[in-house]
Write a protein that binds this ligand. Sequence first.
Ligand code: SF4
Length: 414
Amino acid sequence: MTGIRKNLSRRAFIQTAGAVGLGSVLGSSMAGKPAYGGTSTPTTALSTVPKRPFGKTGQKVSILSLGGVLRESDQLIFRQAFRMGVTYWDTADSYGWGRNEKAIGKYFAKFPEDRKKVFLVTKGGSSDPKKLSEKLHQSLQRLRSSYVDLYFIHYVSDVESELTAEVKAWAEKAKSDGKIRFFGFSAHKNMENSMLAAAQLGWIDGIMVSYNYRLMEKEKMKRAVDACAAAGIGLTAMKTQAAFSANFYASIGSETDEASQMTRRLMAKGYTAEQAKLRMVWENPQIASICSAMPNMTILQANVAAALNPRELSDGDRQRLRHYAMQTAPGYCAGCAAVCESAVDPGIPVSDAMRWSMYHNGYGDRYRAMRHFHRLPSGVKAKMRLADYDEAERRCPQNMPIGKILQQALEDLA
Ligand code: SF4
């Protein structure tokens, strides 16, 4: 078991123990009421995750999507997810260097009849049509499928330069060849700008975007989500736990106190903090699905329980999450790269580096963080070390101590 998997398992166990689990949801006297406005057939209402329309595609998808990096030995997780109605599966050519796609392919080889019932999504990181064709071909081989339901360009941050007329023509051809049904992109930074621009394009079917109880309160994000909904673009939320640099924050704030107070209060009401964060996102019907890394049965079961639980969050619960988000804002990078990066040397990837630092400080995934920092050219690292971040910090809406976090990351991870 890797460090991150071990960390997640332990955290999930601690945080779900004694709280709302699948068994208690199914046995609840409230079972049978619709969960989160999704639709389910009467015979499956008690046991499978509901579905929602994905934009104007005419396709309904499960409100919980199986994400993260699973291995070929994780077949039981795929099987159990499918049985629980988690039939939207998300992957990318880069996840585990193709390992995740191979694991899904192994499942479809064993259960070929399940392929048509799964909404299968993969991604490739390029705007070059030739490379996109090669990447899609390789993904389909690994997935052992002749098509994917949705193909995303990974990590789009500038729609104008990345979603070109050539890319549009490529997507149309891939659709007419029967290799993809729908097309879109994922966005980890400058999300709102990309969403607003995509809503104007008229040929984007879906977007996977960082969206959570912190970001959903921001006016620009609300406008961007409204624009996508009006344009019929299906939205999938990722990073819904809004993991943040807890280790770092602990040195400048009292995250532990804030988190434990919130967790205590939520658990008294029958939710884990993780489940409450998912539910905040599902309360917005404009979000079709939440993509969540579920590397073990404990997390899968806890997330499904959250999706099936018919109890609404109370105003007090929402307030608690908002309060927690405000109190811990300086530990969470909102991905608004244009704000801080326009205040430093143009070559310094502030937002990316903050995210990589969070992989280490928030997820406990030091290896993943180091991999990104090691890839930075030495000249960029030197610029980052010498840069003055005062103006960027003044502009940062999260009041993040950018200079301190980046210097620390360069020392620990580069
Ligand atoms: S460091 Fe601040 S300004 Fe820069 S992307 Fe993160 S939240 Fe936005």
